[in-house]
Ligand binder design. Structure first.
Ligand SMILES: [Ca+2]
Length: 267
């Protein structure tokens, strides 16, 4: 068995209530090991080859079990991050394939969370008792998509480093996003200060070419962010899609993790 797992040796006897039990390891009585089962958790490579026998006695007769040999192999399997979920908007639950070394999780710089172009600080990291789950408490309420990146200093008890270090959490937006590119009176001048000037204020305004958290047609926050990749100067007069600068697949874009359908509407 691999190191750092639990090992249990059990004897089966008829009428155990009349018997006193004592486990021995390599000929030495083990203090406190007086039940029919004995567990070592976790085993280490130093336990490799240990022999266990059970001595049973009813006061008149005594009996010694066959011996059981414990074979321990080195743990060479790296832990992996299996699942990430939000417990609340400020706490993230991480599940790992096995227990992590508690000393490897305490450095908060091991956790990088990117959300809407921001780095969200991690305030605390709390490892479960068995070490295979971790709760990260963050300073900012997370809505929608975020990317979690872990440094590879996280390890299991044998020192094997975490195998996968990045996790993208996405919430699929189901709905329609309306983007209004304005009317013929809107400015079509290529001005650095008005790069997004043709988008109405009900959707969002920006002079940086980026729109955060587009609203759906029902006013719901979609958590979808949009970054302008090219201006379509003067395109409004003949329809946005007529611009050669605009992708021909304009109705359906991949934006970050989301597939969002855009309906172009001229007003
Ligand atoms: Ca391991």
């Amino acid at each position: 068995m691999p190191a750092f797992d639990a090992f249990t040796v059990t004897a089966t006897v008829n009428r155990p209530e009349y018997l006193d039990a004592q486990w021995y390891r390599d000929g030495q009585a083990i203090a406190g090991a007086t039940e029919l089962s004995y567990t070592i958790d976790p085993v280490t490579e130093a336990d490799d080859g240990a022999q266990y026998v059970l001595h049973l006695s009813n006061g008149i007769y005594s009996l010694v079990s066959d011996s059981a040999t414990l074979n321990v192999t080195a743990d060479t399997t790296a832990p992996s991050l299996e699942e990430v979920s939000l417990l609340s908007d400020t706490s993230i639950h991480l599940s790992f394939s096995e227990g992590l070394d508690p000393s490897s999780v305490s450095d908060l710089s091991a956790y990088q969370i990117a959300w809407r172009g921001l780095r969200v600080p991690v305030k605390s990291a709390v490892l479960s008792e068995d070490g295979d789950s971790l709760v990260l408490n963050v300073a900012t309420a997370l809505e929608g998509n975020y990317v979690l990146e872990l440094t590879s200093t996280l390890s299991d008890l044998a020192g094997n480093l975490l195998a996968n270090t990045q996790w993208m959490h996405s919430q699929r937006f189901e709905g329609t996003l309306l983007i209004d590119f304005g009317n013929s009176a809107s400015s079509s001048t290529d001005s650095a200060g008005s790069v997004w000037n043709n988008v109405t204020t009900t959707i969002g305004t920006s002079n940086t070419g980026a729109l955060e958290s587009l609203k759906s047609s029902t006013g719901e926050d979609s958590s979808v962010n949009l970054q302008m990749i090219a201006r379509f100067q003067g395109a409004n007069t003949s329809g946005t899609r007529a611009s050669t600068l605009y992708p021909s697949t304009a109705e359906s874009w991949w934006i970050g993790l989301e597939r969002a359908r855009f309906i172009m509407r001229r007003t």
